[in-house]
Design a protein around this ligand. Structure first.
Ligand SMILES: *Cc1c(COP(=O)(O)O)cnc(C)c1O
Length: 640
């Protein structure tokens, strides 16, 4: 690892490079001279403000909340909404596009009340609206949107009740669009609008032949489960024409899928859609809106490539390409420029949430104590292994490696049949680990590393146990191998001297993180620092604001984490704008239909029985029962 401090010491630049914070941080995260991760808030006309995550943790602790915490930074959400809108405005001006841009935030990406409130608040000045994919989400949109200029776009299956709600919104002056996903839906829309006497705002969802090469490629393209085929589109047009309602058809929508890493896929989908749009206008539909769905990607590994966890385009390029392609096609067909809608979810909220947790324990991959001399009467196999360690040098690395593996296997076999004792086997494990470490260290000095030994350093990792649950807080890391940037948030002036994977407290074999972002590759381990006595070690998982909060499950009954929301002020201070206590054990037990009160009563009875049987005293019963009650009301995570 390079040391670029003048005196050859490890510096924060080394840490910044190692963890790639400037690559994936999008200017929102950096390291302070104290070696701590800071979040950076920008204010127009004055200098940016850095706040250390460690200082925020101190504040959280002072308020009596424990780790893990999901930290939301309001400023970042605000900034992302502004950037999205301003980038489109900029591109519209640059290309002299005659339409406008109006975004909608898809509620499913983060449905938390606080997040949607913020989106509505920060989005209001841009008339940024909401996208609803279900009745419940429409209920949210209808109550949270303040301006009748903002759009509400309804996707997903819609029943009568859903459609009535939307029609009432239209009658109140809101721009609430029904995107027709299936032919059957149009019938209900027409029936209900007649019944209620409200002319609907109708959009249609395209099934594109363009595809994306990201994770979610199956939601776009021919095999997509949503959207109308060209035949069905023609039917919709004919039906509306017959009903004299072509003026209601105003929007064309597609959604290619989330996290589209390649700008080529975006361009080709926009091009295809613009062609459809031009023909819908030719067919006599009123039109006016072209909705490009989601897909705007987040560069989780900072590599700026078309790798699935990255993207090979900037926001400015995305906006410019969209505008350019739409203009090119529509101008050719002499069609007016529509309002462009995007339903960007991931890119809007990913940055604003960080999962913070403490490390509880480690399991170091290192040899335990090895005596100066082998204990007398050690079995021959152990003596042989000992000899391998004594004779290891740069010239016989491969040979020693083979021998060490061979003797270890033999020793394990002999242990199984009872010829080797537990202590002897423990000693042999220590000797073996020591040999492997020495070999791994020597590889750097070899001119040619034997093929078998390439990557040996990667398997010598420690396990760091973090106070969190992958299943609850990072479901995509588990379900679809999503990679999130992750790093220690302090001690970054020290060279991290260990390599680790992270295990959560579920102790489920899947409850771990062993894939980490890297500019060139996916790493199996992450460099970390040795734990110090008496000092906690904190790790942050970044860019977790999208899709992680509501997909979580109650694996091992670990519930929602505490959530803290802060607002950074221009003068460098920060306010705790909201604290939401995570689930208590009481809460999670009731989610799975236990009645906590009944559980307490049952336990009290058991303790009473123990008093009767004489195993505990009445005073002890009182202590035991109150400990039980304190537990059931407590946090589901590890508490200090
Ligand atoms: C999920 C979804 C989105 C959000 O996509 P992102 O990639 O997160 O921006 C937008 N529109 C529809 C219809 C969706 O289903």
């Amino acid at each position: 690892m390079a040391k670029n401090d003048l005196l050859g010491r490890w510096s924060i630049n080394d840490s910044a490079n190692l963890y790639g914070v400037k690559d994936w941080g999008a200017g929102y995260f950096d390291l302070s001279p104290k070696g701590e991760v800071v979040v950076r808030a920008k204010f127009p006309g004055s200098s940016p403000v850095d706040v250390s995550l460690i200082d925020i943790i101190s504040g959280i602790r002072e308020r009596g909340m424990g780790m893990p915490v999901l930290l939301r930074i309001e400023n970042l959400l605000d900034s992302q909404i502004s950037q999205l809108n301003e980038s489109f405005r900029h591109a519209i001006k640059a290309f002299k596009y005659k339409g406008t841009y109006q975004g909608v935030f898809p509620i499913k990406v983060n449905q938390q009340a606080q997040v949607i409130e913020e989106v509505a608040r920060f989005g209001e000045r841009f008339n940024h609206g909401l996208e609803a994919g279900s009745k419940a989400e429409l209920v949210i949109a209808l109550s949270m949107i303040n301006s009748t200029k903002s759009l509400i776009v309804c996707n997903g299956f819609k029943d009568e009740e859903f459609i009535d709600l939307g029609l009432y919104a239209v009658s109140m002056g809101y721009k609430c669009f029904f995107v027709i996903e299936t032919p059957a839906e149009l019938k209900i829309v027409l029936e209900r609008s007649k019944a209620l006497g409200v002319r609907p705002l109708i959009g249609i969802r395209l099934k594109l032949s363009s595809r994306s090469s990201g994770h979610w490629q199956d939601s776009g393209g021919d095999s997509s489960i949503f959207g109308l085929t060209t035949n069905q589109m023609v039917d919709v047009i004919d039906t509306l024409k017959a009903e004299n309602m072509l003026d209601c058809l105003q929007l064309l929508h597609y959604h290619l899928g989330s996290q589209i890493p390649n700008i080529r896929d975006i361009r080709s989908a926009v091009r295809e859609t613009a062609r459809y749009y031009a023909d819908l206008v030719r067919e006599g539909a009123a039109m006016g809106y072209i909705d490009l769905g989601g897909g705007l990607a987040v560069d989780y590994d900072g590599s700026q490539t078309n790798f699935v966890h990255s993207k090979n385009y900037s926001l400015a390029e995305y906006c410019a390409d969209v505008i350019e392609v739409i203009m090119e096609i529509l101008d050719e067909h002499e069609v007016c420029h529509p309002t462009i809608i995007t339903e960007s979810g991931r890119a809007t909220v990913a940055y604003s949430s960080i999962l913070l947790f403490n490390v509880l324990d480690t399991n170091l991959f290192q040899a335990g104590p090895i005596p100066e001399e082998l204990p007398p009467e050690s079995p021959e196999l152990l003596e042989n292994l000992w000899l391998v360690r004594e004779t290891l040098n740069l010239k016989n690395v491969q040979e020693c490696y083979n021998d060490a593996i061979y003797y270890r296997e033999e020793i394990r076999e002999q242990f199984k049949v009872g010829n080797i004792t537990l202590r002897q086997r423990a000693l042999s494990d220590n000797i073996f680990i020591d040999i492997i470490h020495k070999i791994a260290e020597s590889l750097d000095k070899l001119k040619r590393v034997p093929r078998e030994l390439v990557g040996l350093q990667d398997v010598l990792f420690d396990i760091y146990y973090g106070n969190f649950s992958v299943f609850q807080s990072l479901p995509d890391a588990w379900a679809i191998d999503q990679i999130f940037p992750l790093m220690p948030i302090h001690r970054l002036l020290e060279e991290p001297n260990r390599r680790a994977i992270l295990a959560d407290i579920t102790c489920d074999s899947d409850g771990k993180i062993d894939k980490f972002a890297d500019l060139h590759d996916v790493r199996r381990t992450i460099p970390v620092h040795s734990l110090k006595d008496e000092e906690e070690y904190f790790i942050g998982v970044f860019l977790v604001g999208a899709y992680q909060e509501t997909l979580g499950d109650l694996h091992n009954l670990l519930g929602d984490t505490n959530v803290v929301s802060i607002r950074i002020n221009e003068n460098g201070s920060f306010d705790f704008v909201r604290e939401i206590e995570g689930d208590s054990i009481w809460d999670v037990l009731s989610y799975v239909e236990y009645e906590p009160k009944v559980l307490v009563a049952k336990f009290r009875d058991k303790a009473e029985a123990a008093v009767k049987a004489g195993t505990i005293s009445v005073a002890q019963r009182r202590e035991i029962v109150s400990a039980f009650e304190a537990s059931i009301r407590g946090y589901t995570y590890y508490e200090n």
